[in-house]
Ligand binder design. Structure first.
Ligand code: HPA
Length: 278
């Protein structure tokens, strides 16, 4: 059978990773800015740096390591991305979502997306965790533009429930049981790398957004397309531009991620254990 260019690339990356990680993951976890440390808590780790995978795009942002970490949360096999590929680095959308497709090729069924985001909802404060219930990805190109190999997914995929209801319920239960406050809301993706202007933030609020960031929604579109069940958590690292009197800095974003670290880790860990039984 003739493979399309994208299928061929997925197979090449898959072969390179499988030579080092023969196990099949159940959960694929993407770790956002400042949240990457979670991967170090996995048991029986195997690390594969992105640069060792030919045909794989390499991330360049400070605070984003670039590697896959395979390991276990109790008995649940997890493949974590420490550092994602961002559209603002100049990569194509096909590059940006390539790792999502590779992890699906490895056999992962659940896609757990995390990120650092600015709060649009004025009830939120820096350090809050927000579960994604829906998203607006219309400000960046769809990662599905181009040839559509049917092996990846259907040409016109439904997006009426991007974030899986049952997984959302798991996150709600785990947060309640562990006394971890969990907000809920709609994530809006802009391309970055500049933070938004106050007028853009007002627009995103008017459109129904609760948090704004530079990743995730395109990954969720590709993840939904290729058949994952998806859940997502934003760590609200700051109030979005114009909602507080401080200018935004990447340092502040990274620090808030670090401060939310213990709550974030507990929520992700306990949720993965529960999701392993689904
Ligand atoms: N805007 C966009 N992306 C972000 C922000 C923000 O305010 N904070 C963290 N990531």
């Amino acid at each position: 059978m003739n493979l399309t260019a994208i299928e061929d690339r997925i197979e090449q990356c898959y072969d390179a990773i499988q030579a080092k990680i023969p196990q099949q993951p159940k959960v694929a976890l993407t770790l956002g800015s400042g949240l990457g440390d979670f991967a170090y808590d996995l048991a029986d780790k195997t690390i594969v740096p992105y640069r060792e995978i030919n045909a794989f795009p390499v991330s360049t942002v400070s605070g984003h390591r670039g590697q896959f970490v395979f390991g276990y949360v109790e008995d649940v096999p997890v493949i974590a991305m420490q550092g994602r590929i961002h559209y603002y680095e100049g990569y194509s959308m096909e590059d940006v979502v390539l790792p999502i497709r590779i992890m699906r090729r490895m056999g992962a069924e659940i896609l757990f997306l995390t990120n650092a985001a600015g709060g649009l909802n004025t009830d939120f404060k820096a350090g809050d965790l927000m579960m994604l219930t829906d998203q607006i990805s219309s400000f960046v190109p769809s990662p599905l533009i181009g040839t559509n190999p049917e092996t990846l997914g259907t040409r016109f995929p439904d997006m009426s429930e991007i974030y899986d209801r049952e997984l959302q319920q798991v996150l709600r239960c785990v947060s309640a049981e562990n006394d971890i406050a969990l907000r809920e809301g709609v994530y809006v993706q802009f391309s970055g790398p500049n933070y938004e202007s106050p007028a853009e933030v007002r627009m995103a609020k008017l459109l129904g957004g609760d948090a704004v960031g530079m990743s995730t929604a395109c990954e969720a579109v590709a993840g939904n397309h290729c058949g994952y069940r998806i859940c997502g958590i934003s760590c609200i690292t700051n109030l979005a531009s114009g909602l507080s009197d401080k200018p935004l800095s990447h340092e502040e974003v990274k620090q808030a991620g670090i401060d939310a670290g213990p709550r974030f880790k507990k929520l992700v860990r306990e949720s993965i254990i529960r999701m392993g039984k689904l």
